[in-house]
Design a protein around this ligand. Sequence first.
Ligand code: VGL
Ligand code: ZN
Length: 211
Amino acid sequence: MMMNLRKAAFVVVDVQNDFCPGGALAVSGGDEVVPVVNALARMFDVCIATQDWHPAGHVSFASAHPGARPFDAARIDDRVVTLWPDHCIQGNAGADFHPGLELAPYRLILRKGFRLGLDSYSALFENDGSTPTGLDGYLRGLGTSSVVFAGLALDYCVYYSALDAARLGYTVFVVRDATRAVGSPDGSVERALADLASRGVAIIDSVEVLR
Ligand code: VGL
Ligand code: ZN
């Protein structure tokens, strides 16, 4: 394996039915990450999966805001946020992991976005920017200083997770071909990748980990 990645934690973001074709917030090609993620997970001692886990009526759902439509921007608690179709509702099939995702390697499944009035894109902090999910403490407890991200979606939950990890001082990698993107608004992927690169996040290909 390239670099010293076995000592890194592998964090797989939101590989759930609702983000795959046929799901409520389908990401184009979302299911295509599954075999890549399965192969990558075999390379790491510490594998963690996140699960978007919203209560019905969640503040991020357009349906919770009269007159709003999915993908609209809205102002909530003085933050401009994106509204989504209802997705990843706790206990529904859409919130389940993709059936092809091999779950055995994952020692921690971290649920996020479970507060009715607050979303959490990042695996590390909720969208108020200050409420920790506990993942930083978990990683520190294991002595982990680098994190490799994959999963869905590149321009939202993977992006904000990698951003927070870099801000916290981790060495951060994003495995580009093990992600897919929402792609809205236009240019979201290019902006996310440029921002990550400017913060020292390495955008890599799965072959660099698997060889
Ligand atoms: C996500 C939008 C809403 C993601 C989750 O996993 O990227 N995006 N909830
Ligand atoms: Zn969500």
